[in-house]
Design a protein around this ligand. Structure first.
Ligand code: PMP
Length: 325
């Protein structure tokens, strides 16, 4: 018998998918970890589960308690599912710039949602800081604090990294991924480097994020902006601190969209915007490294979460972007 125990038992163990059109084009094996197949629909289910179970183990989260978090949406969705499965309340603070689809999902799941204006981290009303204050003010509540809570990257060190290692029989030359909290990138990078220090670990970054310049020059500086959600940052989170970063690749929105539409039209994979950055960076890395290499990245979530934006020709036209590969 092969039966999983509920939502929680179904998190992780996702397939590793050969991205055929991009692999054939570059002569490299470009592989995507299919995190959109997690039961809550994104890579963040793993972090949400580890964060909640860590808080339970430390005695911080007690029966009837509330989990509070600031999130671009996917962590909140993962937390809301797990809170339902475990009997907790869930209170989510989300910037109002995030997609309607993610907001709707949070409400359907029964989370209490506070949509707030998107302001920089240095502002005291930033969604992350606000969620921390709400957790303090709420009785019997814990703050998930995904950006600086190391249970986040531990999820990827203990599960995503080992799965990738086993699925490739250790034949992996490079790992490349964009970062929001940095949990996915750092957890996998630390695990793969520990198995084989020769694995190249590369940070992918959208425009408007300060991490590309940080890796290249040591200074956090950003230019432009991006239609992608859930990735890019203007600070080094605790989860990203000490993570091995051999190089960084910046991908702009036109290239991201080209990749997302090629995945849709040539590979049959309907993916979200951060996947365009990740696979775009994997393709750029394949060109740098040359044919014959195995490059692993992550397919964070599905295009269904962005239908009103990235897959809406009118919305794209207003941003000067085109819906084609
Ligand atoms: N892609 C999407 C769509 C996300 O929601 C997130 C998480 N914010 C990421 C990528 C980045 O994951 P991490 O927080 O582990 O860096």
């Amino acid at each position: 018998m092969d039966i999983k125990s509920g939502f929680i038992g179904t998190v992780g163990h996702t397939p590793l998918i050969r991205l055929n059109s991009f692999s054939d084009e570059t002569g490299c094996e470009i592989l995507g970890k299919a995190e959109f197949l997690n039961p809550g629909g994104s890579v963040k289910d793993r972090a949400a589960l580890f964060i909640i179970e860590d808080a339970e183990a430390k005695g911080l989260l007690k029966p009837g308690g509330t989990v509070v978090e600031g999130t671009a949406g996917n962590t909140g969705i993962g937390l809301a599912h797990i809170c339902n499965a475990k009997g907790y309340r869930c209170l989510i603070v989300i910037p109002e710039t995030q997609s309607q689809e993610k907001m709707d999902a949070l409400r359907v799941l029964g989370a209490e949602v506070r949509a707030v204006p998107a302001v920089p981290y240095r502002d005291s009303n930033n969604y992350v800081k606000l969620s921390g204050r709400l957790a303090e003010e709420t009785e019997n509540a814990v703050w998930a604090n995904q950006f600086d809570n190391l249970a986040n990257r531990q999820a990827h060190y203990q599960t995503t990294g080992p799965e990738i290692w086993e699925q490739t029989n250790g034949k992996v030359d490079a790992w490349v991924a964009a970062t929001g909290t940095g949990g996915t990138y750092a957890g996998v990078a630390l695990y793969l480097k520990a198995k084989n220090p020769e694995v190249k670990t590369v940070l992918a970054d959208p425009m408007g994020s300060g991490l590309y310049s940080y890796v290249k020059t040591g200074e956090i500086k950003s230019e432009g902006n991006s239609v992608t959600e859930g990735i890019g940052n203007s600070r080094i989170t605790a989860n990203l601190q000490d993570a091995p970063i051999d190089d960084a690749i910046q991908i702009d929105d036109p290239e991201c969209l080209r990749v997302v539409y090629q995945l849709l039209q040539q590979d049959g994979l309907f993916m979200g915007g951060s996947v365009g950055i990740n696979v775009g960076a994997a393709v750029a890395l394949a060109k740098q490294m040359g044919p014959g290499h195995t490059i692993v990245t992550v397919l964070c979530d599905s295009g269904t979460r962005y239908q009103s934006k990235l897959f809406n020709p009118e919305w794209l036209a207003a941003k000067g972007l085109s819906p084609q590969a």
